[in-house]
Design a protein around this ligand. Structure first.
Ligand code: NFS
Length: 671
């Protein structure tokens, strides 16, 4: 039985998305939104109680106490399904990291056409973390050693993934004591698959302990090195003006949308689009030039480094094509819907796959190779330009919003303290004083099962009112960008007075865009530095901070959530739980749900919960932040204590006669 068909307003809160959904309906074209109305999720699979790990099944466990043909219990099957999802997510992120490391190696050896080392300072700082000699050496020599070290982390069989040393000392001790320090990135992913083969690991808690180890190999391994190398090759992000939403597409230009995850290709397309020969070629085709934009995390990568606009987040990939204005959508890996090709056949849009790992039937495949990247990027752009003449009816929603992305850990450090005394001290002080009540990282995907962008932005807005500083990545960041929450003044009238004061003093928006999903490791680095700065405990689990993924859907999100838990964070997912043990479900077994919450909290200080009600997410977030404040002996948060300084107060005072201003500012009584 299909679900009730939702209206465009019920499907998305974004007016640009609504407009394209109306267009889709008028043209009789289906999208992920309508398909999710038509598709009822299998209740057994939804609760993680279907096992198809061997040919005796699939075994569908439908009631309490039932077991599979091999005797596997509900708890074992749920744990197996969860670890497989986490391993898949960790594999996706880490394989991206591997390709970045290979690119660094190629650049170091002059084998990568068009690439340079843009951030030598980050290269040197990163190399120093592993005692790679830097003095008197050329950047390429250092890069070669760093690339070798990073590539070795994947195939390492014994010992410890080198990047785990970057966690706070106390956290590393926790991992040693619980035996979850990853030995090598690939080894942990492979072992997850081995353990879940028929007849292997059958103790749910033991399976899930390895899930933690696999996820650490992602967060403190593959993802962290992906971010490092991206910054070294393409520059560490710093604030830049950008725009987001479908209104960034341009009617009189060749629109090329880059979609996926790896910055290697998209950065080169950006470079190629600015060459005179490509601009000239576009003009010869009758366009004013080439207009690039991004979808999903590729959007975040080029937005925060180059200010290239984001056309939208995950659920807008089909909607961008529905404008009829996209000459080519160039995709690499991850979060690319197979439906794009069928949808594009209604328009002139070419779907161009580029990764040796991803082909889609019906798409044009132009394989990317970092050794001749610029040549391939130009070839792709020429294909798009040649397609301009085939455009039909175009409808671009006139909806876009400005934003300032680019808050890397390095930039936050600089902005708080300046060039010579860069520091996290002002942030720690603001949390300790209660101007900032705590920090929430709101990350992750869109999911058509819930109203597009609603959960992200509702939770963000409500937490801002309570003086919670928000950092965001992935599709959640694009959701806030579209709502104008990432543009200094524009967002500030909606935040608590203490947080507002800090934002005005430092000159930052209340929601900081920290990059793509792989860049959630920037949040780990920030948390580590907060701990090392002092005053907020000596490990991440003591910091008044929470991670939320309100609209999650990908396996990568589960891996991210798990490495955050392993790092000591409380992580709340929205939507439904993949290991549901809710009493109203088929099974009331909650062994796995309880273990990833209470069990993991005992072991790692972090816990994972699935909460569908946004108000309950907010309540639990604030309760956790307040609990951590109390444990640190910090003053209780008071909503009205601050906010009598800063720009807002100055503007109020300006209205007063000078004598009264003087009294308010300097305490000199008016005579
Ligand atoms: Ni993250 Fe980025 Fe978006 Fe979710 Fe997909 S793009 S890696 S997985 S959907 S945030």
């Amino acid at each position: 039985m299909a679900r009730k068909k939702r209206t465009p307003e019920e499907l998305s809160i974004d007016p640009a998305a609504q407009q394209m959904l109306i267009r889709a309906e008028g043209l009789g074209i289906g999208t992920a939104f309508t398909r999710s109305d038509d598709m009822v999720p299998c209740p057994i699979g939804a609760d993680g109680m279907c096992c198809k790990n061997c040919g005796m099944g699939p075994c569908r466990l439908t009631k309490n106490g039932s077991v599979g043909i091999c005797g596997a219990t509900i708890d074992t099957i749920q744990a197996r399904n969860l670890i497989r999802a986490i391993a898949s997510g960790a594999a996706a992120h880490s394989d991206h990291g591997r390709d970045m490391a290979f690119t660094l190696k190629a650049v170091a050896n002059d084998e990568a056409e068009g690439y340079v080392i843009r951030d030598v300072a980050k290269l040197r700082t990163t190399a120093r973390l592993y005692d790679i000699p830097i003095e008197g050496r050329a950047p390429k020599e250092i890069a070669n050693d760093l690339a070798d070290l990073y590539i070795a982390q994947f195939g390492q069989q014994k010992g410890e993934v080198a990047l785990t040393k970057r966690a706070p000392a106390k956290r590393q001790k926790v991992w040693h004591e619980t035996g979850v320090v990853p030995r090598g990135i690939d080894r942990e992913v492979v072992e997850s698959l081995h353990r879940t083969h028929i007849g292997d690991d059958q103790d749910p808690e033991h399976i899930l302990q390895h899930a933690i180890r696999t996820a650490i190999a992602d967060g403190w391994g593959g993802s962290l090195l992906a971010t490092d190398v991206s910054d070294i090759l393409f520059g560490t992000p710093a604030p830049v003006l950008g725009q987001a939403n479908l209104g960034v597409l341009k009617e009189n230009m060749v629109n090329v949308v880059v979609h996926g995850h790896e910055p290697t290709l998209s950065e080169m397309i950006v470079a190629a689009s600015q060459t005179p020969e490509i601009i000239e070629y576009a003009k010869e085709a009758g366009a004013e030039g080439v207009n690039l934009s991004g979808i999903c995390c590729t959007a975040n990568e080029i937005l925060m480094r180059q200010g290239i606009p984001a056309a939208g987040n995950f659920l807008q990939q089909e909607l961008a094509i529905l404008t009829g204005a996209v000459e080519a959508m160039v995709v690499d890996v991850q979060c690319i819907m197979q439906a794009l090709v069928g949808l594009a056949s209604n328009f002139h849009t070419k779907i161009i796959t580029t990764s040796p790992k991803v082909k889609i039937k019906g798409a044009t495949h132009i394989q990317f190779d970092e050794h001749k990247a610029l040549t391939i990027a130009k070839q792709i752009l020429r294909e798009a330009i040649d397609n301009y003449k085939n455009r039909g009816d175009v409808q671009i929603p006139d909806v876009r919003e400005d934003l300032i992305p680019g808050f890397s850990h390095e930039y936050i450090n600089y902005m708080l303290g300046g060039s010579y005394r860069s520091s996290f001290r002002p942030l720690n002080d603001a949390v300790m004083a209660g101007r900032i009540r705590g920090v929430a990282a709101i990350v992750g995907c869109n999911n058509p099962r819930s109203q597009h962008d609603y959960l992200h932005t509702y939770v963000t807005r409500e937490l801002l009112k309570k003086d919670v500083l928000i950092v965001e990545t992935g599709c959640g960041a694009i959701a806030s960008a579209k709502l104008g929450l990432m543009l200094g003044e524009a967002g500030l009238d909606q935040v608590g007075s203490g947080l507002r004061e800090v934002c005005e003093t430092v000159g930052i928006p209340p929601v900081l865009h920290m990059g793509s999903c792989v860049d959630n490791t920037r949040i780990l680095t920030v948390l580590t530095q907060i701990v090392e700065e002092g005053g907020l405990g000596d490990d991440i689990d003591q910091v008044p901070a929470v991670g939320l993924a309100p609209e999650w859907m990908s396996e990568k999100a589960l891996s991210i959530g798990t490495y955050c838990v392993a790092s000591g964070a409380y992580v709340i997912f929205g939507g439904t739980s993949p290991v549901s043990g809710m009493p109203d479900k088929v099974s009331d077994s909650d062994v796995v749900s309880r273990f990833i919450s209470e069990g993991w909290e005992q072991l790692y200080g972090g816990k994972m919960e699935f909460v569908s009600d946004p108000d309950e997410m907010i309540r639990r977030t604030l309760a956790h932040i307040d609990k951590k404040r109390t444990a640190l002996g910090l003053p209780e948060w008071q909503p009205d204590k601050y906010g009598r300084s800063g720009d807002a107060r100055m503007l109020e005072l300006e209205e007063l006669p000078w004598a009264e201003q003087r009294e308010a500012l300097y305490g000199v009584p008016a005579d």
